[in-house]
Design a protein around this ligand. Structure first.
Ligand SMILES: Cc1ncc(COP(=O)(O)O)c(C=O)c1O
Length: 383
């Protein structure tokens, strides 16, 4: 079926291929074979060996590429494995600009894995065009964007940064994990490469770790495909199946996440125990105007800074009941965490450290009144 020109929800349900031609199965079979019979020596049919290509993975890659408006998609074993492949596009001695508030694991990968191998890495406030211009070097080859960012929910203008980078010959990579293609399409805004932790909203059910990279550029795709096979950080067929299944309901889930998060942000903004609410859907958010332009809704992530400092932040994490204290985000159930001590502990003591009064909420798709009641009781109980 030709899905060109079809709406996002239609592509979410039908992307990834027609029913299995062999059996008529309406979902892709979980193809566990590691190897495939060849017609003659050196003459494979569609697949030869599952690291290089696998039917379940191919269905997922086609599905997610369709959602991102990309012509090429590559699935990886985790979001960080996907990021690792992208950073390998830049040669030793060349320069990458990362946001100073990127996911801690992204900074750790660039600074502690790629920089020792010769990559030149700087972090900068990507919302500040002058700071970006000042951080530019002759060898700058890649600008890494994460918008909304984890856990600050900063918004970067993808169109503007892409124009700035392309003028100077650098590639733009956007980590679209928080927004997902249901709410934001970086390639349409000028980015060259999109990356995801599919562990989050694309999978959506806290039961699979994965990563994904998409592009419209044939040459980049060839290099990414080479890296996927040569370095081999590929997901297994069951993992591919789970992400594929999850992504079918992405638009429905993102609409509900966004609705619930907006109500949560409003409640938190009114509560005296909360010093500041960080949510791009609120008009007082510094990135609201850009978010309004480049996103169709504001997503399910909300961060807060507690007026009572670290002690209050830790206490609210202890007191919630529906909001489960756990790392990760983007699934149907609501989660709460303390980034400074949990997801972003790897950047503690650096300039990228997350303050200890900050708490991050991944707002799920439960009944909003129950979520609001849970947060109210947790905050009211702070001493
Ligand atoms: C924005 C963002 N990008 C990338 C990653 C890394 O993904 P994974 O944990 O699947 O390796 C994460 C993980 O939390 C993330 O939040």
């Amino acid at each position: 079926m030709d899905l060109a020109g079809k709406g996002f929800a239609t592509r979410a349900v039908h992307g990834g291929g027609p029913p299995d031609p062999a059996t008529g199965a309406v979902v892709p079979p979980i193809s566990l074979a590691t190897t495939f019979e060849q017609e003659a020596v050196g003459k494979p049919l569609a697949y030869e060996y599952s690291r290089s290509g696998n039917p379940t993975r191919a269905a997922l890659e086609a599905h997610l590429a369709t959602l991102e408006g990309a012509s090429h998609g590559f699935a990886f074993a985790s979001g960080l494995a996907a990021e690792d492949a992208i950073l390998r596009l830049v040669a030793a001695g060349e320069h990458v600009l990362l946001p100073d508030d990127a996911y801690g694991g992204t900074i750790r990968l660039a600074v502690h894995v790629h920089a020792p191998a010769g990559l030149v890495v700087d972090t900068v406030d990507l919302t500040d065009r002058e700071a970006v211009a000042a951080a530019w070097r002759p060898g700058t080859r890649m600008v890494w964007v994460e918008t909304p960012s984890n856990p600050w929910l900063h918004i970067v203008d993808i169109e503007a940064i892409s124009a700035q980078a392309h003028d100077r010959g650098a590639l733009v990579v956007v980590d679209n994990t928080f927004a997902t293609p249901a709410l934001q399409n970086p390639l349409a805004l000028g980015a060259d490469v999109v990356v995801h932790s599919t562990t989050k909203y694309l999978g959506g059910h806290s039961d699979v770790v994965g990563g994904f990279v998409a592009t419209r550029d044939d040459e980049l795709a060839e290099r990414l495909g080479f890296l996927q096979n040569a370095a081999g950080a590929v997901p297994g067929p069951l993992d591919c199946y789970l992400v594929h299944r999850g992504a079918k309901t992405l638009p429905l889930r993102m609409a509900r996440h966004s609705e619930n998060a907006a109500a949560v942000a409003d409640l938190l903004a009114e509560h005296p125990a909360v010093g500041r609410v960080l949510y791009p859907g609120r008009p007082d958010h510094p990135g609201h105007a850009v978010a309004e332009r480049q996103m169709s809704a504001y997503g399910g992530m909300v961060s807060i800074r507690l007026a009572g400092g670290e002690a209050a932040a830790l206490e609210v994490c202890r007191r919630t009941e529906l909001f489960t204290l756990a790392e990760s985000l983007g699934a149907v159930e609501s989660l709460i965490e303390h980034p400074g001590r949990m997801t972003h502990a790897s950047v503690a003591g650096t300039g990228n450290e997350v303050p200890d009064d900050l708490v991050r909420l991944s707002v799920g798709i439960e009944d909003v009144d129950d979520l609001l009641a849970d947060l109210r009781q947790a905050l009211d109980g702070l001493r």
